[in-house]
Ligand binder design. Structure first.
Ligand code: NAD
Ligand code: AKB
Length: 317
């Protein structure tokens, strides 16, 4: 059967890259991108959808006979703490709409991105296992933990093929990061290649799990392509890319830009980051669908610098 795919939140950091990748694999005419506003830069079919509006979501699902949804629309951790109840409302309503519209309209598969934000200070911070206790401490993390359980519920009760990954902080050059606690690790490269100083909102020794965008997209597509019977975890899979602290990313960048200046001006995001895992254990993802990351910190730095220089048209001396 032909796939007809809907992506919600397609204008975001992950969505812009994922929709292109899906278009490449399944054809431009089979991928419908959607977000709150039309993206001028998008080439392909685009529908404006507020995912909290279930009628509008259903209208588009029926119009294109959608059979697969990548539900990326969400408010992330740092933006989320500015209006916690609104974050809960948006993130939960949007997900419940996607699950219910899918169930009622013969959508076969749903991808729901979860996050390392589901873990709180009750989980081990090193090698955090898939089944660690979840006590998320942000509204965003609470919505992701609840979302994982709703995905599991729709699979168990209705057989809806919901699959999920707990992404670490995603680092990519194609789009800006969208209001998360890990955003510094994207923004820092933009400053470095323009040879401007960077002000970091996290303490220099705060280690967090991170993943390069190519690894994140490949993990998503590999998870979604795996045979149904291989998917043993219907809440969400831990995936690991690499882990580093601000001082380590600065050192990696200084190999290319020895004069790169960084100051540390901590804010409320430090408190969020300090309760998240430092390293992630992803044995289940490796076992069930063969997950293997390809990028470490220095290879991320090399690609980020090269691609951002191309983007900003900065000549290599
Ligand atoms: P982003 O903030 O860059 O993009 C989210 C998109 O969702 C935005 O374009 C926004 O306009 C849209 N959106 C927000 N509310 C909406 C609504 N009501 N209806 C429709 N669209 C709406 O986020 P991202 O980094 O691309 O993340 C995508 C998904 O992956 C999110 O669910 C996020 O929680 C998850 N995730 C991301 C990361 C990361 O580091 N980027 C890590 C873990 C999990
Ligand atoms: C955030 O920082 O909110 C996201 C995430 C790890 O979920 N990047």
């Amino acid at each position: 059967m032909n796939k007809t795919i809907l992506v919600t939140g397609a204008n975001g950091q992950l969505g812009t890259v994922l929709t292109q990748s899906l278009q490449h694999t399944y054809g431009r005419g089979n991928v419908i991108a959607s977000d709150l506003k039309l993206s001028e830069r998008y080439h392909g079919i685009f529908e404006v959808i507020d995912a909290t509006n279930s009628e509008r979501l259903e209208e588009v699902v029926r119009k294109y006979k959608i059979n697969e949804i990548y539900h990326l629309a969400a408010i992330l951790s740092a933006s989320g703490e500015k209006a916690p109840l609104n974050t809960w409302d948006v993130n939960m309503q949007a997900l419940l709409n996607v699950l219910e519209v899918s169930r009622m309209n013969h959508v076969e598969k749903v991808f729901f991105p979860s996050s390392i934000a589901v873990f709180g200070d009750a989980a081990p911070q090193e090698n955090t296992p898939n089944n660690a206790f979840l006590n998320p401490l942000t509204s965003y993390g609470i919505s992701k933990a609840a979302g994982e359980n709703w995905g599991n519920y729709y699979f168990a009760k209705y057989g809806l093929d919901v699959r999920s990954l707990r992404y670490p902080g995603v680092i990519g050059y194609q789009s800006k990061a969208g209001g998360g606690t890990t955003d510094y690790a994207v923004d820092i490269y933009h400053k470095a290649i323009k040879e401007e100083p960077f002000s970091c909102f996290l303490d220099e020794n705060t280690t967090l799990p991170m993943i390069f965008i190519d690894d994140a997209i490949r993990a998503t597509l590999e998870l979604m392509d795996a045979p149904r019977e291989n998917i043993k975890i219907r809440t969400s899979y831990n995936i690991s890319g690499t882990s580093f602290s601000p001082v380590e990313i600065v050192a990696s960048i200084r190999n290319k830009y020895p004069k790169f200046m960084v100051t540390y001006v901590l804010d409320y995001r430090q408190d969020i980051a300090s309760k998240w895992p430092k390293t992630i254990q992803d044995a289940e993802a490796k076992r069930d669908w063969g997950w293997k990351p390809q990028y470490d910190l220095d290879s991320i730095t090399a690609v980020m610098i090269k691609k951002l220089k191309e983007k900003y048209k900065i000549a290599t001396p």
